[in-house]
Design a protein around this ligand. Structure first.
Ligand code: ATP
Length: 445
């Protein structure tokens, strides 16, 4: 396969998708800033998630809860006590590792501080016993630093949903089965972040909690595994690079009766994109006990009262964005030259159409700008008149623009343009007036 993580990182920087954060200060490890095309791409990913959750069904409502929450939220959820990773240190070089990651990678790690004869060879790090490291970022709310002002940046968006269950029940006119969906930033003080935007300390999640009558939980667990798998393939991920992996019994959290990961074949190997879990009544019961608030469903018709069970699909917006980038990346030989192209699904592509005058004279720029005006508001459109046409096509190929409209000398007499398809590179002649409807149709397909 042609794609490597280095090529993705290089393209993202070269074309303005994603930059290392705080670059002019030497960078801050594993934090990233999204540039213009990166913002457009990630926004499209999140919008497609919202579309699948809200527009394409009528049993889910939206929520946007605060990042800072009452510290008891994390007590009830179990994060204060148990949201930890096993950490080991090297006594000599002070490097820090996640114990479970060391085992995955290599038996020993060469310690940079210990003397060795050959570069890259030498004694292993002298590792301490593993100890639990809590991944939550701690801060203080208000001007006084005291134990009573401690707060945490949320390490997941899910708890904001559970603590709003009662609010939503009282206004949403929904009864189980129904869901609450949320997209937003989460923070984890990961011991070993890395692999570009795959694992960072600040990231965006797309989570949905689906509340169901307990007897229906197995059915909805199966349904959501399939739904979420299909979402990725519908948006262009090759099925051969995607799999659903059911957790073994020893991987399950104590409250979960089933968890499966949607995994993608990244250049670093099969890795989690999203987890779908059958969480039972663990979350609502825990928050009900901690807050002394009834968190249950009462059916006025049957008089039945129960704590709904929860099916949770939890995805990462940045990780999904990375998967779409990796999957779309392609290199081809065209007329003896290398063409790099992002074959992104048109709905994910940052720019849908580029309008290009063949030459910067003879009235061509004017007509091109008129076309841009007609497409404005309909879809993300870009105008580019600088440089050779071949170079401009290559640039659009690299940012994944599915269609290029070229204005040439015929345009001025015939009011037609060429419409170039990114993947096949074929061109067809199209009437200017037909363009908006034609492109809108292709985008909706
Ligand atoms: P991992 O095993 O990779 O640490 P996790 O199982 O802890 O992930 P969850 O708590 O299930 O992850 O979070 C749901 C999703 O949020 C993940 O599937 C992933 O897409 C995303 N996510 C979690 N942690 C990170 C991170 N540090 N950086 C980027 N995305 C993340």
């Amino acid at each position: 396969d042609v794609v490597t993580m280095d090529k993705i990182v290089a393209l993202c920087k070269r074309r303005g998708f994603i930059f290392a954060s705080s670059e002019i200060y030497g960078g801050l490890g594993s934090t990233y800033d999204y540039g213009h095309y990166g913002v457009l791409l990630k926004t499209n990913v999140k919008n497609e998630w919202w579309r699948a959750m809200l527009q394409e069904r009528d049993d889910i409502v939206a929520l946007d809860s605060a990042i800072l929450q009452h510290p008891d939220v994390w007590k009830a959820s179990g994060h204060l006590a148990g949201f930890t990773d096993p950490m080991v240190d090297c006594r000599t070089c002070k490097a820090r590792f996640r114990a479970d990651h060391i085992a995955e990678r290599q038996p020993g790690i060469v310690c940079p501080k210990k003397p060795s004869k050959l570069p890259g060879e030498g004694p292993d790090c002298d590792l301490t016993e593993a100890r639990d490291f809590n991944l939550m970022f701690k801060t203080n709310v208000g001007p006084v630093e005291s134990t009573s002002s401690v707060a945490y940046l949320r390490p997941e968006t899910a708890q904001g949903i559970f603590i709003n269950f009662k609010n939503v029940m009282s206004f949403a006119r929904k009864k189980p089965p129904f869901g609450i969906a949320q997209v937003g930033k989460s923070f984890r003080n990961e011991i070993t972040p890395g692999n570009f935007i795959f694992r960072t300390r600040e990231f965006e999640q797309m989570e949905m909690e689906f509340f169901v009558p307990p007897s229906e939980a197995p059915h909805w667990y199966e349904t959501w595994k399939q739904e979420r798998f299909d979402w990725y393939t519908r948006l262009g991920i090759r099925p051969a690079g995607l799999r659903l992996r059911e957790h073994d019994a020893d991987e399950l959290s104590h409250y979960s009766s089933g968890t499966a990961d949607v995994e993608y074949l990244f250049p670093i190997g099969w890795s989690e994109l999203e987890g779908i879990a059958n969480r039972g009544d663990f979350d609502l019961s825990a928050h009900a006990a901690e807050s002394r608030t009834k968190l249950e469903y009462f059916d006025p018709g049957s008089g039945e009262r129960y704590v709904p069970h929860v099916i949770e699909p939890a995805a990462g917006a940045d990780r999904a964005t990375l998967a779409f980038l990796v999957d779309a990346y392609d290199e081809e030989q065209v007329d003896g030259e290398l063409r790099t192209v992002l074959k992104l699904h048109p709905r994910l592509a940052p720019v849908k159409v580029a309008v290009l005058p063949l030459v910067k004279k003879d009235g061509q720029p004017e007509v091109a700008k008129e076309i841009v005006q007609a497409l404005r508001g309909l879809m993300q459109t870009e105008y580019d008149e600088g440089g050779a046409i071949g170079k401009r096509y290559r640039r659009q190929d690299e940012i994944g623009t599915p269609w290029c409209v070229t204005v040439d000398h015929e345009t001025l007499t015939e009011r037609t343009v060429t419409l170039r398809d990114r993947d096949s590179m074929t061109q067809e002649r199209v009437a200017i007036d037909a363009l908006p409807a034609l492109l809108a149709g292709k985008l909706a397909a």
